[in-house]
Design a protein around this ligand. Sequence first.
Ligand SMILES: [Zn+2]
Length: 440
Amino acid sequence: METLAKDLAALSKMAGLAAAVDNIDQIIEQLSRARDQVAQARDPHIASMTMTKLQNPIKLGFDKVNDSLKDVASRNKKLGKALDKSFPLEDLPADHDAMANQPALINRAIAMHLLREGQFSVASTFIDEAQDTAASHHGLYSHLDSHDDTTSPEGDVLMGEDDSSQGDVPVSMTASSSDHQDLSSLQSQELQAKFAEMYRVLQDLKARNLRPAIDWARANSAELEARGSNLEFELCKLQYVWLFLGPGVNGLPDDEYNGRSGALLYARQRFGRFQPRHLSEIQKLASALVFAPNLGQSPCRSIFTIDSAFTDVASSFTREFCSLLGLSAESPLYMAVTAGALALPYQMKFTSRTKSRGTEWTTSTELAFETPLPKRMVYHSIFVCPVAKEQTTDTNPPMMIPCGHVLAKETLQKLCKGTRFKCPYCPSEGQIKDARQIIL
Ligand SMILES: [Zn+2]
């Protein structure tokens, strides 16, 4: 790895071709000078003399440039070989590619990822090109379908005499037309405008300006409240702390809206509506005024240590913003690719072992091996029925019974006498109709 990095660094340095660029500059200069001489020469003899004199230096210049190019090419080839040796090509350890038949889903995930990253023009080009490719793959009918808003005379002829023929459209056409709608919906200005707004606010947060984020949270307070989110309070709290720390730290103008008095003023104006839910925290924040001269040794010093506070509120903001759009906080494509990359070595090891033993992987809906993913990437918890000692599945889901204990559906059915059952863990009894499925 280290030698590879060294080779790459050396190549990058060479690839700039600084010497070759100088050589070319020289050649251009020599040629321009010669052109001027020829243009000014009254005597044709001088013109031919100039041209003759030019030949050797120009050839020498070109030779030098070519040598530099050759060096880079050979170094490039060497690095390529080293890369192939360090990272040998191996077939992916899968017999079937589950995503091969889902180009529309994959395209959608990619387009969405680009939009979420704020790469609007890249996303737009990608969507256009993906739609063009889909149209040409699905043949003439779907191609016409994709342009059905422009009434083309040939289209009418091909599509049939009247609208009734639209009833029996080819299957591929309906499929591709829905792909188009899927991708076109991402082309919407509204979605782009939303993400642009998100990036503007994040940019401001990075510059330690909380106001746009607070304004957004205020404007969406009803939805945030409904989700049980504390974002608005957290932002206002940080704004209080930020003001409290004063112009020496926050770099804001030294006036009555900054410093301790500014923080107090801010608290009076803004904290009122948070009192029902956050009274004790507000009291703590207010009591900081008493400790102000010696904040570092005070009990409330942790509130005023704001090393990671801005990054924390930025990620809370992103999470809430995306969730109000009905999206997850992290890009699903990023998550899937990262988790896949982490799982790949385990899968390769597993496949090579099962192959050498002549056994095969038979479960197609679940992995036959553990993939240790970091906690933040674990979404679907599993549940093992405490009675049957078996993991629940889609057909045998976990059920919560009225006393709050959870069993697998099949276990519950076995426990039933008629429609009633007795909980195996506590003295309560219940009816099967009162059991609720749990979605993990
Ligand atoms: Zn119970």
